[in-house]
Design a protein around this ligand. Structure first.
Ligand SMILES: Nc1nc2c(ncn2[C@@H]2O[C@H](COP(=O)(O)OP(=O)(O)OP(=O)(O)O)[C@@H](O)[C@H]2O)c(=O)[nH]1
Length: 578
């Protein structure tokens, strides 16, 4: 019972410790998982940004080609091919990243990407169709149409990029800053590219911009300035190292400076009706490089954020492993303490309890020694051993005392001369017979007395008398059977008592047999005198019960008296007792 309680207690302690351990490890594990997910989502976001940039950049050589002569050796043709391959590769990579991300797949990103590819194919066909026409045959409308179709490709891709960014923020809102910054720079790159693309039809045809084009350029300029102001604020908050500051300066100088100045120059020429200072191809060649610092800065933002995510993930993993190791070590120590307490304290105590209970029950058998334990437990079992030894000694003493008192009791009930039971023993039997609750068969009593014994003493001496008494006792004792007892209850008086009387006739026959046996052979004294001894017998029988003994004894005694009176050496049987 106790050991079951102990075991239950130990299980409760271990379960409690496990619960606490889970509380300790769980936050670090969550942190590790969040950082791992952030990193995975940053990689997808990175691939999406890259694809958007490359699809956007593909417009540059496309525009240049549409503004160039229809020359199969045109350098723009080869460049467009290279750009298209790059954006195809980036889209393939994004496709793989999106299908590996189950959340993105759930939000329909792969389907959106398929639409991007379809629209890209349409846009490319449009560009190729315009570029295949002789230069003079290309109308501004056709060129605008081809460029607008390419715009829709990016417009279709932007929601995919935004969704990738949103998934990062949803997982860890601390990453909102860099994600917004990266998207901001993507927007800036796209809007500036679009301004250039709006100018291309005019540059190709040499015609001034129409009102819609001018409005479009103004709108995009305004948006670029707005985004520029936001970028400045955000960049300072998110990244504030020297390299970023340097890149921001370059962005200011080249993107917001040189690139937008070139746009303004073309716009001014168009408004003044002047000849454009450069062709569409030259325009693209000059403006695109000034977008680079913006792209480099964005790449830096993404890469640095990913590096931080890697560092945070590794730190969380280390912290988790450390917590796990500490928790495991604590659990091990706890289990060791419980096992130790069980083996060194509880089990020995339970065994000691068992041994003491056995001792109390009187089981003094030797038990194998307990396995070696601590000092206290060893002392406890030594004490139990001492207790057991003392109990054993006490038991031995008890037995000796019992034997002794039995011997004394026998001695008290034994006649020293003949070795027969004495009067005291006879009285005890008498008491039992007289007990009011006694019941059962009738008891028989034969009292007998040596005839003229005084004469033997007087004639041959007291020793000869003793010898006669001993021989009479020996001979009658030899004729005793079963539970019958023989008592010397007076000097030369003997009593034969049977607790299961065979009946008065049988008692008489028994007395006759004794009488004949005693008379038959003379008794030889130590002096060599041969003496023939006779005895007189009084026989009686009584049923057990209150006062039975007295009645029995008196009846047998009266019969004996009658036998003496009747001439001795004879048997007299008393009348049945009522
Ligand atoms: N040697 C010896 N004599 C004893 C012992 N005890 C009693 N006596 C003697 O036994 C004798 C008994 O004598 P009585 O009572 O007169 O009886 P009796 O001589 O046998 O005569 P009846 O019984 O009438 O035949 C006495 O002399 C006692 O001294 C004993 O232990 N040893």
């Amino acid at each position: 019972m106790l050991s079951r309680k102990l075991r239950l207690g130990a299980v409760a302690i271990v379960l409690g410790a496990l619960t606490l351990a889970t509380q300790v490890v769980s936050p670090t594990f969550q942190e590790y998982r969040r950082n791992t997910r952030s990193l995975e989502r940053m990689q997808v976001f990175h691939a999406a940004l890259r694809a958007a940039t490359l699809v956007s950049a593909e417009r540059g050589p496309g525009n240049s080609l549409m503004g160039d002569d229809n020359d199969p050796d045109s350098p723009y043709l080869a460049r467009l091919q290279t750009y298209r391959e790059s954006s195809d590769l980036a889209l393939d990579e994004l496709g793989r990243a999106l299908s590996a991300d189950s959340d993105a797949a759930g939000e329909g990103a792969p389907e959106a990407l398929t639409l991007v590819r379809q629209r890209l194919a349409v846009g490319r066909r449009e560009v190729d169709r315009v570029a295949a026409l002789p230069r003079q045959a290309r109308s501004p409308e056709q060129i605008r149409q081809a460029i607008t179709t390419m715009f829709t490709v990016v417009d279709t891709l932007v929601p995919v990029v935004n969704a990738c960014g949103a998934r990062i923020i949803e997982n860890d809102n601390k990453l909102a800053g860099p994600v917004i910054l990266a998207r901001l720079m993507g927007d800036l790159r796209e809007n500036a590219g679009r301004i250039g693309s709006l100018l291309v039809p005019s540059l190709v045809t040499g015609q001034p911009m129409n009102t819609a084009q001018r409005h479009g350029v103004n709108r995009l300029r305004g948006r670029v300035e707005q985004l520029g102001a936001t970028l400045e604020q955000h960049a300072a908050v998110v990244l504030h190292d020297d390299a970023t500051t340097h890149l921001m300066e370059q962005v200011q100088r080249r993107y917001f400076g040189a690139a937008l100045d070139l746009v303004d120059e073309v716009v001014q020429a168009s408004l003044a009706g002047r000849v454009y200072p450069l062709t569409a191809g030259q325009f693209t060649e000059r403006i695109v490089p000034d977008f680079r610092p913006l792209e480099t800065l964005r790449e830096r933002v993404v890469v640095l954020t990913m590096q931080r995510a890697v560092a945070a993930r590794d730190a969380a993993r280390n912290s988790m492993l450390l917590s796990l190791a500490a928790v495991l070590a604590s659990l091990l120590v706890l289990v060791a303490i419980l096992v130790g307490a069980d083996r060194l304290v509880f089990r020995p105590l339970l065994r000691a309890k068992r041994e003491i209970v056995e001792l109390a029950k009187g089981d003094l058998r030797e038990v194998p020694p307990p396995p070696a334990r601590g000092r206290e437990v060893t002392a406890l079992f030594e004490a139990i051993g001492v207790l057991r030894q003392r109990q054993r000694e006490a038991l031995v003493r008890d037995k000796e005392r019992q034997v002794l008192s039995e011997r004394l009791r026998r001695q008290a009930e034994t006649d020293a001369l003949t070795g027969l039971l004495n009067r005291r023993a006879l009285e005890q039997f008498g008491e039992e017979l007289s007990h009011p609750d006694s019941a059962g068969m009738a008891a028989g009593l034969i009292l007998f007395d040596i005839d003229y014994f005084k004469r033997i003493n007087d004639s041959h001496g007291h020793l000869a008398g003793d010898r006669v008494l001993q021989e009479v006792a020996r001979r009658v004792q030899a004729m005793i059977r079963g539970d019958d007892i023989l008592v010397r209850y007076g000097g030369e008086e003997f009593a034969f008592l049977t607790q299961a009387s065979p009946g008065r006739d049988a008692l008489r026959a028994k007395a006759e047999k004794l009488r004949a046996e005693l008379q038959a052979r003379p008794i030889v004294t130590e002096d060599g005198v041969s003496l023939t001894v006779t005895c007189s017998f009084g026989v009686a029988e009584v049923l057990p019960g209150d006062g039975a003994w007295l009645r029995l004894f008196q009846a047998a005694d009266a019969a004996l008296y009658a036998a003496k009176g009747g001439g001795r050496n004879r048997v007299e049987v008393a009348e049945p007792i009522e």
